[in-house]
Each structure stands twice: as structure tokens, then as C-alpha cells.
Design a protein around this ligand. Structure first.
Ligand SMILES: NC(=O)C1=CN([C@@H]2O[C@H](COP(=O)(O)OP(=O)(O)OC[C@H]3O[C@@H](n4cnc5c(N)ncnc54)[C@H](OP(=O)(O)O)[C@@H]3O)[C@@H](O)[C@H]2O)C=CC1
Ligand SMILES: CC(=O)[C@](C)(O)C(=O)O
Length: 334
């Protein structure tokens, strides 16, 4: 059984009086900064001067500084700029400003695990990786609940790295839901696998493919949207709350029989084989190399694919239908 930490296992006092620098006020950054502040901790935010997120952090009442300044005056430094930018920001503005005994933190292990960042020996290096998008990390905190997270210690200079990381996890609300101890390797490889195969890649392709097949066959796009996207959320809620069996329990026997027999024709042995291949590419560093090179080439594939996602017909019909359901809380994507 995995070791799981809850509120009672973490002590916020460990971080009292220590300034925490949140580097990057994006999806995770805004959530960590706001949750830590609401937990009574001392937070300074750093971002790129003159950008929208810098202004947003100022509007949200934070002291906002250039990265080097924030690092100099803090003892805990959480790196929440995008993974591909982290090495440049680290070597330009963080590395030379770290002091003995500081704690350098990450929310994802990519750059440490694939050796893009090699931290000095005189700091603690830890990770608190929420298992949820930043906007939900903030939303759930304000609702008095939390998103689970993973904690890992890569380097324990002070001998207290785990306690400090757990205090941080408590500060963002994660110990309410449970924080599992892991390694940078395990977090990086499973996180990449999950987002490629299941959470983001697999689900997005499944939704678009089933939408396309219905629309190609002449069915109305609005009906296809409700069937394959809107209702998916309601089904996933049942799975989230009670497991897959609770979903089977709730749906009709016709859905049970059709789903249990036809679902296996969608996820076939060939699909599982592809999943194993994708995992191998992650384990061998092949995916990491591809993503690093893609960034060096200014993201030709990334930008094209994202544009295609934005223009997929399901986005247009979804936008219209969601207007009729104002109770659906959305995030601003413009
Ligand atoms: N998104 C998520 O929910 C999750 C993310 N993570 C991890 O959290 C980390 C942060 O990711 P995420 O929150 O998605 O990142 P975002 O892209 O949402 O935000 C990054 C922030 O960093 C700022 N930034 C970019 N370049 C610089 C720079 N040179 N100096 C200072 N600030 C800069 C960006 O500003 P601007 O936009 O103005 O360029 C933006 O405010 C990553 O390690 C990621 O893997 C982990 C779990 C979930
Ligand atoms: C939200 C999350 O945990 C992801 C999908 O892994 C990520 O955004 O990196």
C-alpha cells in the first residue's frame, strides 16, 4: 500500500517565517500562490514583467518581482513556468541566487528527471505535483476541499526536505485529499503516460472521433455534442465518485451490455500494445528528446495541432450549447 499523507501528517509551522517564491503565475502558479497565502504563508510572485499574468498577480494583491529578485529573498522556490522554459529561467535567474539550505521545488519532474536542470548540492530539491489542473486546484481550495498530489524528495540537504514539502502540500490544500510519496522518475513517467494516453490525448481523440462519426453519418452536431461530450462528464462524475462499477450500476442494462461488449472493440489488444510503445518512448527519453527539439524549432507541430484543435467543429457547437447552461463554470481561454 502506498504511503499517503493527510492534514494530520503535515505541519504548516515548518514554513512559517520562510518566504515562498512562486515563479510563474499561470495555471498552477496562480493556484499555489493564492492557496498558500490563504493558508497564512508568506508568498512573493515572479513572472515576466509587462505580461498579462504579471498584471494579474498585481491585481490579485501579490508583491510581484523579477525572478532573480524573488529567489534572492526567498527560502522556498517553486518553479511553475512551463517545462520547456524552466532550464533557461533556472540558469539565467535562479541558480546563481540560491542560498545554502533553500528548497527548490517543482510540480512536475521532467527537467530534473531528464537532466535539463542540475541543481546545486547545497539545496533541498522536492516536488509537490497536484493531480489536477491549476484552476481546479484553486477552485477546490476555495470550496474547502483539495486536489490530491504527489510528493517526492530528490535531494535532502537539510534533512527536513520531506517535512517542508508536506507543509507546502498542506498549504495548497492537497493533504485534505491525500498526498502520495513517489520519486521524480515515477511521477514524470506516469504523468506523461497519463496525459498522452488517457487524460488529454486519449479522451480528446475519443470524443472527436465519435463526434465526427455521428456527424458524418448525418446526425445533428448538437445531438452528437450532448451524446459524446456533455454526457461524458456526467458519466465520469459517477466513475470519480464510486468507481467504474458505480457507473455500470447507474446506467441502463442496455447501456451495460452494449458498453461492456462494444467497448472492448474500441480498446483492443492493438491499442494496449500502442500504449506500451508510448510508455517505452517515455521511459527511454525518446519523447523528452522530441519535445525538447520541437521547442528548439519554435514548435511547428505543436502550433499546427493546437490550431486544428481550436478549429474542430465540436468547439463551435459546444460554445453555442454551453451559452444555454450558464451554471457550467468555465475558464477563460481567450
Ligand atoms: N497545468 C497544470 O494544471 C499542471 C501543470 N503542472 C506543472 O506545473 C508547471 C507549470 O505549468 P503550467 O501551470 O501549466 O504553466 P502555464 O503555462 O500555465 O504558466 C506559466 C507561467 O510562467 C510564465 N512565464 C513564462 N516564461 C517566463 C519567464 N521567462 N520568466 C517568468 N515567468 C515566465 C508565464 O507567463 P506568460 O503566460 O505571460 O508567458 C505563465 O504565467 C509545469 O512544470 C507543469 O508540468 C503540473 C500539474 C498540472
Ligand atoms: C493536469 C495535469 O495533471 C496534467 C494533465 O498532467 C498537466 O497539465 O501536466
Amino acid at each position: 500500500m502506498a504511503k499517503i499523507y493527510y492534514d494530520g501528517d503535515a505541519n504548516l509551522d515548518v514554513l512559517k517565517g520562510k518566504r515562498i517564491a512562486i515563479i510563474g503565475y499561470g495555471s498552477q502558479g496562480h493556484a499555489h500562490a493564492q492557496n498558500l497565502r490563504d493558508s497564512g504563508l508568506d508568498v512573493v510572485v515572479a513572472d515576466k514583467k509587462g505580461t498579462r499574468n504579471w498584471d494579474k498577480a498585481v491585481e490579485d494583491g501579490f508583491e510581484v518581482k523579477e525572478v532573480a529578485e524573488a529567489v534572492k529573498e526567498s527560502e522556498v522556490i517553486m518553479v511553475l513556468v512551463p517545462d520547456n522554459i524552466q532550464p533557461a529561467v533556472f540558469y539565467e535567474s535562479i541558480n546563481d541566487n540560491l542560498k545554502e539550505g533553500d528548497m527548490l521545488m517543482f510540480a512536475h519532474g521532467f527537467n530534473i528527471h531528464y537532466n535539463q536542470i542540475i541543481p546545486p548540492k547545497f539545496v533541498d530539491v522536492t516536488m509537490v505535483a497536484p493531480k489536477g489542473p491549476g484552476h481546479i486546484v484553486r477552485r477546490m481550495f476555495t470550496e474547502g476541499i483539495g486536489v490530491p498530489a504527489l510528493v517526492a524528495v530528490y535531494q535532502d540537504y537539510s534533512g527536513k526536505a520531506l517535512d517542508k514539502a508536506l507543509a507546502y502540500a498542506k498549504g495548497i490544500g492537497a493533504t485534505k485529499a491525500g498526498v502520495i510519496e513517489t520519486t521524480f522518475k515515477e511521477e514524470t513517467e506516469t504523468d506523461l503516460f497519463g496525459e498522452q494516453v488517457d487524460l488529454c490525448g486519449g479522451v480528446a481523440e475519443m470524443i472527436k472521433a465519435s463526434f465526427d462519426v455521428l456527424v458524418e453519418a448525418g446526425y445533428q452536431p448538437e445531438i452528437a455534442y450532448f451524446e459524446v461530450l456533455h454526457e461524458l462528464k456526467l458519466i465520469v462524475d459517477l466513475i470519480y465518485e464510486g468507481g467504474i462499477y458505480a457507473m455500470w450500476y447507474s446506467v441502463s442494462d442496455t447501456a451495460k451490455y452494449g458498453g461492456m461488449t462494444r467497448g472492448k472493440r474500441i480498446i483492443t489488444e492493438q491499442t494496449r500494445e500502442e500504449m506500451r510503445k508510448i510508455l517505452k518512448e517515455i521511459q527511454t527519453g525518446e519523447f523528452a528528446r522530441e519535445w525538447i527539439l520541437e521547442n528548439q524549432a519554435n514548435r511547428p507541430v505543436f502550433n499546427k495541432l493546437l490550431e486544428m484543435e481550436k478549429n474542430h467543429p465540436i468547439e463551435k457547437v459546444g460554445k453555442e450549447l454551453r451559452k444555454m447552461m450558464p451554471w457550467i463554470k468555465g475558464i477563460d481561454v481567450e
